[in-house]
Design a protein around this ligand. Structure first.
Ligand code: IPE
Ligand code: IPE
Ligand code: MG
Length: 224
């Protein structure tokens, strides 16, 4: 019986949530941000050390300009509206992925938020922005190669998640059963949970339930 320390979520299904209601996709993303807000609070209340959220993949640039613009706008609004709460609640923000590819005003907001929460030692909220696991591993391997022989440890030390607790539980919402280039390395021994709930409908209760299920799973790491 161990408690999960690090949970990651592939927040999927915003578009389908909107479609079911005959709303534009952006409305699904807007509702998705509300779910993020509640789940981050819950992660803190449940005592998680780290929560990693997949917000924008290296492949999401293939979406329409309109949808990408809506997502960027929501990211900005989220940082502006929620930074005070993170700061007050000892939440440390971290970004995985190459976020510097985003527009300069968003990069500036992100960096301000990173700086402001850098001293916080409560829950770490890692947001995956312009993140792709293959890109992350390639970047890490390049850095590791410059420093000597490559081993799993030297690569892990250069990943965007370096220093975070090992990934315990990976959740994907919306019924899709794939990783979509998320945390491929880190998920080596993570437990996986695929739920049908669309992300905007995902609640703190769903997270609490997922953590309860995790406690009952027997992890073997190849040994007996
Ligand atoms: C997840 O929801 C959010 C992002 C990828 C940014 P989707 O937008 O992928 O929603 P579906 O999969 O089309 O329902
Ligand atoms: C993964 O979801 C990316 C995020 C949740 C940010 P996608 O909806 O982009 O993944 P695919 O295209 O269904 O694999
Ligand atoms: Mg999707």
């Amino acid at each position: 019986m161990t408690k999960a320390k690090h949970v990651a979520i592939i927040m999927d299904g915003n578009g389908r949530w909107a479609k079911k209601r005959h709303l534009p996709r952006a409305m699904g993303h807007k509702k998705g941000v509300e779910a993020v807000r509640k789940v981050v609070r819950a992660a803190k209340d449940l005592g998680l050390e780290a929560l990693t959220l997949y917000a924008f993949s290296t492949e999401n640039w293939r979406r329409s300009e309109e949808e990408i613009g809506a997502l960027m706008g929501l990211m900005k609004a989220f940082i502006i509206a929620d930074l005070d709460e993170f700061a007050a609640n000892n939440v440390r923000l971290r970004i995985i992925g190459d976020y510097k590819a985003f527009p300069a005003d968003l990069v500036k907001l992100i960096e301000g938020a990173l700086e402001r929460t850098a001293g916080n030692v409560g829950t770490t909220l890692a947001v995956a922005l312009n993140y792709g696991s293959q890109d992350e591993i390639a970047r890490a391997a390049t850095k590791a190669a410059g420093k000597g022989p490559i081993t799993p440890e030297t690569i892990a030390a250069e990943l965007d998640t370096a220093g975070m607790p090992p990934l315990d539980l990976l959740i994907r919402t919306s019924g899709e059963v794939r990783l979509s280039n998320f945390l491929l390395w880190q998920a080596a021994y993570a437990e996986m949970l695929f739920v049908d709930t669309l992300w905007p409908d995902f609640t703190p209760e769903h997270l609490a339930q997922a953590l309860e299920q995790f406690v009952d799973r027997e992890r073997r790491y190849g040994g007996r």
